[in-house]
Design a protein around this ligand. Structure first.
Ligand SMILES: *Cc1c(COP(=O)(O)O)cnc(C)c1O
Length: 358
């Protein structure tokens, strides 16, 4: 409220102002060694990254299939075609082997993909070192969708800072929120300035409004950036709370042999944005989900992969069955940062209550 009031008191109720630059400074300090541009959404950040990677009409862009549709939609805004790639079972993210097969096959067809979009789903970092090695081998830039993974790390380095561009989201459901908002992470002042330029209608330097490029109205508002500044002060707490929820669920459910949790590979640190479980079958997943619903507890199946979405039915996909299986058997448990012990206990008890039926 203090930062929002400052925006009003200084009368910068606009997509310019001190809150925006300070929010960006705080993000840059947190992520270390990168530049950040505050935008109106994570989706906008993906769109502007793809533009800067030179994606044009008719191009193809590789995208992790197991994700939120916002990872893929901006590809289509540019008239380009997403090629979907399935997941590996260790992090549920882009499968490096399948990625390389896909790149080779697409190159043989005469169409080298313009970019690779990799996602850190539910906050769990992807197998990035393998993926970056392949991307370098074929000289294809990487866009890291870290919308769900602010604060997640690989070997102590922040997710979102590995790729040519990184994307963050501050939508209402993310680990910190500005109500709606996002950021593009980049690696040079030049890329930062270009992103600001594109996000503010691409105005040339002139006293009048002059344009030599198509622009977008994607800048974050100074009021909203005030929320972001307040949220940066609690981000570390939020991550600890989410990780504590995961540990609590695991501790009190791990003896049920039919449930499994997604553990972190040794090099990985997940912000545990959402706690997810895997059940033995679609039927048991539904049994658990409906039992929770009967207690007025909302849970949700995992993301339905993009290659199974009707809207992408005609897109090329390289699949191995992993993300479809996760979709059928997996469930996101209540994970909000402010859940208290008795709420966590209700979830645990409801699931444990089914153990004789399952
Ligand atoms: C939320 C989300 C986005 C989009 O971010 P918005 O700020 O909602 O536009 C993109 N990718 C993933 C994986 C997300 O979860």
């Amino acid at each position: 409220m203090k930062y929002i009031r400052e925006a009003f008191d200084s009368n910068w109720i606009a997509p310019v102002g001190l809150n925006i630059s300070e929010f960006e400074n705080e993000l840059e300090a947190y992520l270390q060694g990168v530049k950040g541009v505050a935008l109106s959404s994570g989706t906008a950040a993906i769109h502007l990254a793809l533009i800067q990677l030179g994606v044009k009409h008719g191009d193809s862009v590789i995208c992790q299939s197991n994700t939120h549709n916002a990872s893929a939609n901006p590809i289509t805004y540019l008239g380009a075609n997403p090629i979907f790639i399935d997941s590996e079972p260790n992090t549920w993210n882009l499968d490096p082997e399948l990625l390389e097969q896909a790149i080779k096959a697409e190159i043989i067809k005469g169409k080298k993909p313009k970019a690779i979009i990799v996602v850190h789903l539910y906050g769990m970092p992807a197998l990035l070192s393998e993926i970056l090695t392949i991307a370098q081998r074929y000289e294809i830039p990487v866009l890291e969708d870290a919308a769900e993974a602010l604060g997640s790390q690989i070997n102590g380095k922040m997710c979102g800072t590995f790729g040519n561009f990184g994307v963050l989201s501050f939508n209402g459901n993310k680990i910190i929120t500005t109500s709606g908002g996002g950021a593009l992470v980049c690696h040079s002042e030049q890329d930062k300035q270009k992103t600001v330029f594109l996000s503010t209608q691409a105005r040339d330097h002139a006293p009048h409004y002059q344009h030599t490029e198509i622009g977008y109205n994607y800048r974050m508002s100074n009021v909203v950036a005030g929320i972001g500044r307040g949220q940066m002060e609690v981000l570390s707490d939020r991550i600890l709370q989410r990780r504590a929820h995961f540990n609590y669920y695991k501790e009190y459910l791990a003896d049920l042999p039919y449930l499994s949790f997604l553990d972190e590979p040794k090099t990985h640190y997940s912000n545990r944005w959402l706690t997810t479980i895997l059940t033995p079958s679609f039927e048991m997943r539904e049994q658990i989900r409906l039992a929770l619903e009967a207690q007025n507890i909302e849970s949700r199946p995992l993301w339905k992969p993009m290659h199974l979405q009707p809207v992408f039915a005609n897109n090329i996909a390289y699949t191995n069955g992993v993300s479809e299986d996760l979709f059928n058997r997996g469930l996101c448990l209540p994970s909000g940062s402010n859940l208290n012990k008795s709420q966590l206990d209700s979830v645990v008890e409801t699931i444990r209550g089914l153990r004789n039926e399952i």
